[in-house]
Design a protein around this ligand. Structure first.
Ligand code: ADP
Ligand code: MG
Length: 230
């Protein structure tokens, strides 16, 4: 059997915020490897550096030292162009949904496709078809033409999830994705995550405090005082 290449490989990663007296270490010698199809849960109290770590893995915040590889490419010292290219392969579900208020569900989800050249080439009709498909997967098939102001908090969060999933990212990073969802839609979401991991080999790194969904993880790691503990 050939060894599979990890989608995420973090070695000895440290991170500090602030300067001088204010300088504070948030991440300490983080080591983490994530394989395709693997679901990793980061479990820890708030303020422990989870969001910082996720945004670094997604290429949204630059690493100061150590090594951070995604898709087998080092993120540190890579060019802006390459970083943009790599970011497009990552689906990111933020704590806040960040939907555009003047776009309906389908149009908001389409934003997730319009950054991908291959999808743009396919044209509007193909993109809309894909948007409706993925809105259906998150249980919003009946809400494709609704604007955010007409959706509940949980429904808005599901639109944001659909947007993150639209381009079928191989790596999905989710920052407390079930926090705004009721129990049943939270469960539906993690079931969808499990299907994506199993069928599409999507690697999922998820931050959560939600004890009800820990059972879907292949691995649970804790951040304690900036260090990871399995
Ligand atoms: N941009 C920033 N500048 C300074 N300190 C920050 C910044 N972002 C986060 N922090 C601090 O870093 C620590 C970890 O933050 P964060 O990664 O958001 O934690 P979590 O997501 O686990 O709640 C917190 O103490 C927070 O105050
Ligand atoms: Mg956070």
């Amino acid at each position: 059997m050939t060894e599979q290449k990890p989608l995420v490989e973090i070695k000895d990663l440290n991170h500090w915020f602030g300067d001088g007296d204010q300088r504070k270490q948030v991440l300490r010698s983080i080591n983490l490897t994530v394989q395709p199809g693997e679901i990793t849960i980061l479990l820890c109290p708030s303020g422990s550096g989870k969001t910082t770590l996720l945004t670094m893995v997604g290429g949204l915040r630059s690493a100061q030292n150590g090594s951070l590889r995604i898709f087998n490419e080092e993120l540190r010292q890579t060019s802006k162009t390459n970083l943009t290219r790599l970011r497009r392969k990552v689906g990111f579900i933020f704590q806040a949904h960040n939907l555009m208020p003047y776009l309906n569900s389908q149009q908001n989800v389409r934003l997730g496709l319009e950054v991908v050249p291959e999808w743009l080439e396919q044209g509007r009709a193909a993109m809309n078809y894909r948007c409706n498909e993925v809105l259906g997967q998150v249980g919003l098939g009946e809400r494709i033409d609704y604007f955010p102001s007409k959706l509940s908090g949980g429904q808005k969060q599901r639109v944001a999830i659909a947007r993150a999933l639209a381009a079928s990212p191989q790596l999905l990073l989710a920052d407390e994705p079930t926090a705004a969802l009721d129990k049943d839609s939270g469960r539906d979401l993690v079931d969808l995550f499990r299907t994506l991991a199993r069928d599409n080999k999507t690697a999922i790194v998820m931050v959560t405090h939600d004890n009800k969904i820990l059972d879907i993880a292949d691995r649970i790691v804790k951040l304690e005082q900036g260090s990871l503990v399995e």
